[in-house]
Structures are given as structure tokens and as C-alpha cells.
Design a protein around this ligand. Structure first.
Ligand SMILES: [Zn+2]
Length: 65
């Protein structure tokens, strides 16, 4: 949740300005509000984990049958 030090107040992302500024004092608080953009290697890692887990499920099913 974005926090404005100037106003000592939390703002919901929807109540902020379109540019991520504080609706009360206009201070830019977007850095705290912005969704952390997942780097490509994070997505790659998540994909690899999905593939790995899928493979483990296949192995488990093959072991059970
Ligand atoms: Zn403010």
C-alpha cells in the first residue's frame, strides 16, 4: 500500500493520481505503489518450477500406476 510521508497517510492505488501522486499533496508516491515488475529470469524460474512440478506429478502417477 502506498504511503505518503508528507501526509502520514496510506493511500489505495485507486485513490492516487494517474501518475502515482498523492491526492492530497501531489507528492509522487508511485515507487511504493508500483507493482514490482517481474524480471524475465523470475518468469523463467517460475516456468522451470512449473515444468519440474509437472514432471514430478507425471513421475508420481507413473509410480502409483
Ligand atoms: Zn501526501
Amino acid at each position: 500500500m502506498p504511503w505518503c510521508e508528507e501526509c502520514s497517510k496510506f493511500w489505495t492505488p485507486t485513490s492516487m493520481g494517474a501518475d502515482g501522486s498523492c491526492p492530497s499533496c501531489g507528492r509522487s508516491i508511485a515507487t511504493a505503489a508500483a507493482e514490482p515488475k517481474a524480471p524475465w529470469h523470475f518468469k523463467l524460474m517460475v516456468g522451470a518450477v512449473c515444468v519440474y512440478l509437472g514432471w514430478r506429478v507425471v513421475q508420481l502417477v507413473g509410480w502409483l500406476v
